[in-house]
Design a protein around this ligand. Structure first.
Ligand code: PRP
Ligand code: URA
Length: 206
């Protein structure tokens, strides 16, 4: 299912990120802040279990999260969302999948993968700012599924209908969360209006 998190704080910060004149520092900071705001919504349905706690006043039965959370950023740009989410879920473990998109074919190529052990029992959040053709997210989800992941959420900043359709077709079991659903891809596979090359803008490589 697709969730587009229309929220004034998220839209405001995303407008700063979209601006071509925004510095690397401000781009990174706003991505970090949006990732944290998105985490609040994305974790809304995490399972909980009853626990007994003794307050200074008396004993009470309350709830705590019952599943481990594993973040899997797609390198490089996904790294820019990790700290913002970890601020809210400090106990989460972090796996990494390295994928780059061939500029001609737009197909993803894997160059790195390292995951924590407990993927089968965890809620796995695959994170990447951009969902363009969907090829990278599709490949990352397939990889974590092959390592046993069963409950997967895809968390991206900006997506387009093409990418959403690919994930919905190949992974109907995966919930997709976007801060914004943009219009389309251009002829070289960039999101329109989008925010340009997320990895280059986070790391200042262009
Ligand atoms: C970007 C982005 C996604 C991918 C999206 O990464 O961060 O991973 O493109 O495009 P897709 O949906 O068409 O696959 P890129 O390959 O540019 O690598 P980078 O993060 O290292 O810059
Ligand atoms: N990857 C990016 O970083 N930006 C886009 O617009 C598309 C893919």
């Amino acid at each position: 299912m697709l969730h587009v998190l229309n929220h004034p704080l998220i839209t405001h910060k995303l407008a700063i990120m979209r601006d071509q004149n925004t510095s690397t520092k401000d781009f990174r900071q706003n991505l970090d802040e949006i990732a944290g705001l998105m985490a609040y919504e994305v974790t809304r349905d995490l399972p909980t279990k009853s626990v007994t706690v003794t307050t200074p006043i008396r004993e009470c039965v309350t709830e705590q999260i019952s599943k481990d959370v594993v973040l899997v950023p797609i390198l490089r740009a996904g790294l820019g969302m990790v700290n913002g989410i970890l601020n809210l879920i400090p106990t989460a473990k972090v796996g990494h999948v390295g994928l780059y998109r061939d500029e001609e074919t737009l197909l993803p190529h894997e160059y790195f993968a390292k995951y924590p052990k407990n993927l089968e029992d965890a809620v796995v959040m695959v994170v990447d700012p951009m969902l363009a053709t969907g090829g990278s997210a599709d490949a990352a989800i397939t990889l974590v599924k092959s390592r046993g992941a069963k409950q997967i959420k895809l968390v991206c900043l900006v997506g387009v209908p093409e990418g959403v359709r690919l994930i919905e077709k190949n992974h109907p079991d995966v919930d997709i969360y976007l801060a914004a659903l943009d219009e389309k891809l251009n002829e070289v596979g960039y999101i329109v209006p989008g925010l340009g090359d997320a990895g280059d803008r986070i790391f200042g490589t262009k």
